[in-house]
Design a protein around this ligand. Structure first.
Ligand code: ZN
Length: 328
């Protein structure tokens, strides 16, 4: 091959590159981490005369702008084996699982901001990756834009809004227990997008609603409420492990599922949990029955998603695949 031809070939390879990770991702998300192990037969055979040694390419995909409270994805794709990848966001470290498909090595992490604890602004995203050539560091700024959330005024029995003195220590204990569970980052990614809708019913209260309870402003609503009759089966949003089954003052009978890499889902006000702590669950599996335990004015399901300890809007995760949550 003449020199100019080789150059053109290299250029074409470089141009074709961005299309490849998308494909790999699609696969990785549908089939999870097993995609790599079970897929050796799909590997592209090495060109018989591998005259062109593909250059090391590592591509980071992440949105430039996100709304306050919205979850998003970060993806690192490489044509070389990735050693440990670490993602740093809002003071937290995530070590994402790495999938392999057609010699593309993909690390995917879910991140987000919380309408209660975060503020709009420009935030740092740092990703490091171990490669044969050494450690590579990627730095990005992500613009967190303000988002207008509606206001909802509710009148509830006063003890539900201002808890009686004697339950304050119980509430504090429960809060600490939940914080501990949500801060765990388990090493294997089990989630895939979109998440499974836990019930078919219509969403009644969206994420971010600013609540005025008995005339006083309270914390915004940090989940999605679904209309759900007493006893209606509630499905797991993704594969995972039941890490907490509890009966809490505010959320009533509640279930927390760990989907790995810092992503957890929660189901509140259940009449009953159908799984026990430590149990493995599959996406779509009935994990509880809807009810109105805890602070609820009627039977419904409160569905929440925690990403690296931050309660994000579950709605985009129920609607979109990975590509949409990497862009914008
Ligand atoms: Zn709710």
């Amino acid at each position: 091959m003449t020199r100019p031809r080789l150059c053109i070939l290299l250029l074409l390879l470089a141009l074709a590159w961005p299309a490849l990770p998308a494909l790999a991702q699609e696969f990785g998300l549908l089939d999870g981490d097993e995609a790599g192990a079970g897929n050796a037969s799909q590997k592209t055979p090495a060109a018989p005369a591998a005259m062109v040694q593909e250059e090391e390419l590592v591509v980071l995909a992440a949105p430039e702008k996100v709304g306050l409270g919205e979850p998003f994805l970060v993806r690192l794709t490489a044509n070389r084996a990735l050693g440990e990848v670490a993602v740093y966001w809002r003071g937290k470290e995530v070590i994402p699982s790495i999938s392999v498909w057609n010699d593309r090595h993909v690390a995917l992490a879910m991140l987000g901001t919380d309408v209660l604890t975060d503020r709009p602004g420009s935030l740092d995203l740092v990703v490091t990756a171990g490669l044969d050539s050494g450690k590579k560091t990627f730095r990005r700024r992500v613009a967190v834009r303000p988002k207008e959330y509606a206001t909802q005024a509710l009148n509830l029995p006063e003890p539900m809004v201002t808890p009686p003195e004697e339950v304050l220590s119980r509430i504090a204990r429960e809060r600490a227990e939940v914080a501990r569970v949500l801060s765990e980052v388990s090493p294997k990614r089990r989630w895939s997008l979109p998440l499974k809708r836990p019930v078919a019913g219509q969403a009644t209260s969206v994420y971010g609603l600013r609540r005025i309870l008995n005339g006083r402003p309270k914390n915004p609503h940090r989940g999605l409420d679904f209309r759900a009759a007493e006893g209606l089966a509630v499905a797991a949003a993704a594969d995972g492990v039941a890490v907490l089954v509890a009966d809490h003052y505010y959320s009533g009978k509640s279930l927390y599922l760990d989907h790995g890499n810092g992503v957890l889902s929660m189901y509140f006000h259940l009449s009953e949990a159908l799984v026990s702590q430590g149990q493995r669950v599959s996406r779509g599996q009935p994990v509880g029955l809807a009810g109105m335990t805890g602070r609820a004015t009627g039977p419904h399901l409160h569905f929440g998603v925690s990403v690296q300890g931050r309660l994000v809007d579950p709605e985009p995760l129920l609607r979109f695949g990975a590509e949409k949550l990497l862009a914008e």
